[in-house]
Each structure stands twice: as C-alpha cells, then as structure tokens.
Design a protein around this ligand. Structure first.
Ligand code: ADP
Length: 366
C-alpha cells in the first residue's frame, strides 16, 4: 500500500472517529428507541387510552420517522464533519508543506528564506527555531565568505612580491644579492606566520581551542612575561614594567591561553611604542580581574579603534605589512578572552598611547 500523506491520515482518522460515532448512535438508536416507544404506548394504555388498534401504525410511523431523521442526520452531520475535518487537516498540513518548500529553497542556497509566523503554537515554535538556525547559518556562511575574501587578499601581496623577485632573478633583470634573498625569506616567513595565525584563528572561531580553565595566580605569570620581554629589549629604548598588587585574587583561566593573549598584547605594545613605557597592570573589581597592557606609543585614531579586533585589520596596511603584522593577533586574543568568559576592550589616543584590557572571572572563595 502506498504511504499515506499526513493530510490523508488526519482526514482518515477523523473519518474513522465519525463513522464509529455515527454507527454507535444509529445502532443504539435503532434498537433502543422503538423499545422505549412501545413502553410509552403501554403506559398510555394503562392510563386508559386505547391505542391497541393504532399501535401497529404508531410503531411503524415512529420507525419511519426515526429512519428518515437518522438518514438526514447522517447526511448533514457527515458532510459537515467531513468538510470540517478537511479544513482542519488543511490548516495543519499546509504550513508544513510551505515549511518544506522554504527549507528546500534555503538548502539550495537562498539564505534569505524565512518561515512565516503560524497561529498554531507548536508550528510557530518550529518556525522560530528554523529561523534562528537559518540566521546562524547565514552568519557562518557570511563569515566563511569574508574569510576567503580576506585570505585571498592577504596571500596575494606576498605571493606577487615573491613572483616578481623570482621572475626578475630568473631572467636576469634583478641581480642576486644577499639582500634580495633576505627579502624573499622575509616574505616566506610572513606567509608562514599568516598560515599559522589563520589555523589558530579558525580553531578559536570554531570554538575548537581547548580551554583548560583552573585557579590561576596571575602575578607570577605576568612577572615571568615581563622578564622574558625585557631581556629582548634594547638598552635605552622602551621600558617594560609590571604594576600588580601582591594580593591579587586567584582567577579562573587557562594559563597557556592567558599567556598567548598577553604575548600578543605586549608584542603589539612594544611594536607600536618605539620609545616609551609599556606597563602590564592587573587589578580586581567586584568578581572579575582586569589585566591591562598600557603603552605610551603612537596610539590608534578614534575612527580606527572600533576595527582593531577585526581579523586582518591593520591601521596602515603597507606599513604594518613591512613590520610583519598579520592583523590576526587581536582577533585571536578576543576569541580567547571570550572562551574564558571575559571581555576585551581597547582605549587609545593618537600620539599618546593605547590601553588594551581584558577581564577574567575570579575563582569563588570556598
Ligand atoms: P598585527 O599582527 O598586525 O599586530 P593585531 O590584530 O595584533 O595584528 O593588531 C591589529 C592592528 O591594530 C595592528 O596592525 C595595529 O595597526 C593596531 N594596533 C594593535 N595594537 C596596537 C598598539 N598597542 N598601538 C597601536 N596600534 C595597535
């Protein structure tokens, strides 16, 4: 037997209920009503009304009246109930068919498709959750397209430079020198870093970066970083300082990820502060700890500031490309902070310096 659709099933189930109802009514009516009628006649007889001669006609008349009544009840009732059942099944099935059409169009790439509201609460909830999923998928698709677009753009420049130099070297228009080879090596290093950063970013954005949050004393971690970076700083240039009270509460965070964020923020601060001070600061405020990297460097203009956490964004693309930045570091940092239930913000004034700070939850006292 061919599989029945939902509408046919609903209609059939209504029909079965109706048939059962009507046949019960008819069967009981058919046997019970004449018996009651005869009883009624006998009572009349007892009261002195002589119905003996009319009894047969009366019973037959009652029978035919009952049958006619029953016949019309079945016709009118059956048609009305059938019609109503058809309408009800249609009201339930039609939005489902519409939803199926919409999901199919969505699956074939029409990401703007949304399911309209429905007055049946269950169907409406289904429509709402589909729409939520559709919006999420659209966001993911948009981010994927943006990423591919950004990526192509970022890869093209070093590749063009490499191609230009290599062609020049091959046809002899560029003379080989250690300087040329250094430039080539620098571009390949950049490409390498770009690929590594991208891998990290895609993991962070997809939420695949494992976060092993545990009670963490931030001060020793920050002090170690300050020592590590200070060793690399040239004498007389930028100074790196630590400003953190010894009784900073314990945070809940992943030490490796916090270090990764701080390395990125300190690296940036030192890169954009050729001569000045970079301060690593931490303090607590109600149930969170703030960690900040404050520099007195070149700063970021107010119009650029909202973009710093966007991936591949650099305030001056050509300048920063030469300085080796990929514009991904802050995007990764932001994601890492969010994965540890914190927020990251940037404040800056052009020519005066920048402050990047992020929050971490405090471990609850036992
Ligand atoms: P990059 O690898 O290029 O440093 P980031 O995502 O870490 O990438 O930074 C994005 C951009 O934000 C940088 O290219 C720079 O223009 C700006 N920026 C970040 N930190 C600072 C800072 N401390 N001072 C000035 N500009 C900064």
């Amino acid at each position: 037997m061919a599989k029945l659709g939902l509408r046919a099933r609903l209609f059939l189930s209504h029909l079965i209920v109706m048939i059962v109802g009507l046949s019960t009514l008819l069967t009981i009516g058919k046997f019970y009503s004449p018996w009651l009628f005869v009883l009624h006649l006998e009572k009349l007889q007892e009261r002195g009304l002589d119905v003996r001669y009319l009894r047969r006609q009366l019973v037959e008349g009652f029978d035919s009246a009952w049958s006619r009544g029953a016949f019309w009840s079945v016709i009118v009732g059956g048609t009305t109930a059938g019609g109503l059942s058809y309408l009800v099944s249609k009201r339930i099935v039609e939005p489902l068919i519409q939803m199926e059409r919409i999901t199919r169009r969505f699956a074939s790439g029409n990401l703007e498709e949304r399911v309209p509201r429905n007055e049946i609460p269950e169907l409406n909830r289904l429509a709402e959750s589909f729409n939520r999923m559709a919006a999420d998928l659209k966001g993911v698709e948009q981010r994927r397209r943006d990423l591919v677009g950004d990526l192509t753009h970022e890869l093209r420049t070093p590749l063009t430079v490499l191609e230009g130099y290599l062609e020049g070297l091959a046809d002899g228009t560029i003379e080989s020198s250690s300087d040329i080879y250094q430039r080539l090596a620098k571009e390949t290093t950049r490409l390498n870093r770009l690929v590594n950063d991208l891998q990290e970013l895609s993991k962070a954005e997809a939420g695949y970066l494992p976060i092993h949050a545990k009670p963490l004393n931030l001060r020793p971690l920050m002090a170690a970083l300050v020592r590590r970076f200070s060793d690399q700083l040239l004498e007389g240039g930028t100074v790196l300082r630590l400003d953190c009270s010894t009784n900073l509460p314990i945070a809940i965070a992943d030490p490796e990820r916090v270090e990764q964020i701080l390395i990125n923020l300190i690296g940036n601060a030192l890169r954009y502060t050729p001569d000045g001070t970079v301060t690593l600061r931490a303090w607590h405020q109600s149930d969170i700890i703030w960690v900040a990297v404050v520099d007195t460097g070149q700063g970021i203009s107010a119009e650029d500031l909202p973009h710093v956490f966007e991936r591949f964004w650099r305030s001056d693309r050509s300048r920063d490309r030469s300085s080796g930045g990929t514009g991904i570091g802050l995007a990764i940092s932001r994601r890492l902070v969010e994965l540890q239930k914190g927020t990251i913000t940037a404040e800056s004034e052009l020519g005066k310096g920048s402050t990047f700070r992020f929050s971490l939850p405090i471990a609850r006292k036992i």
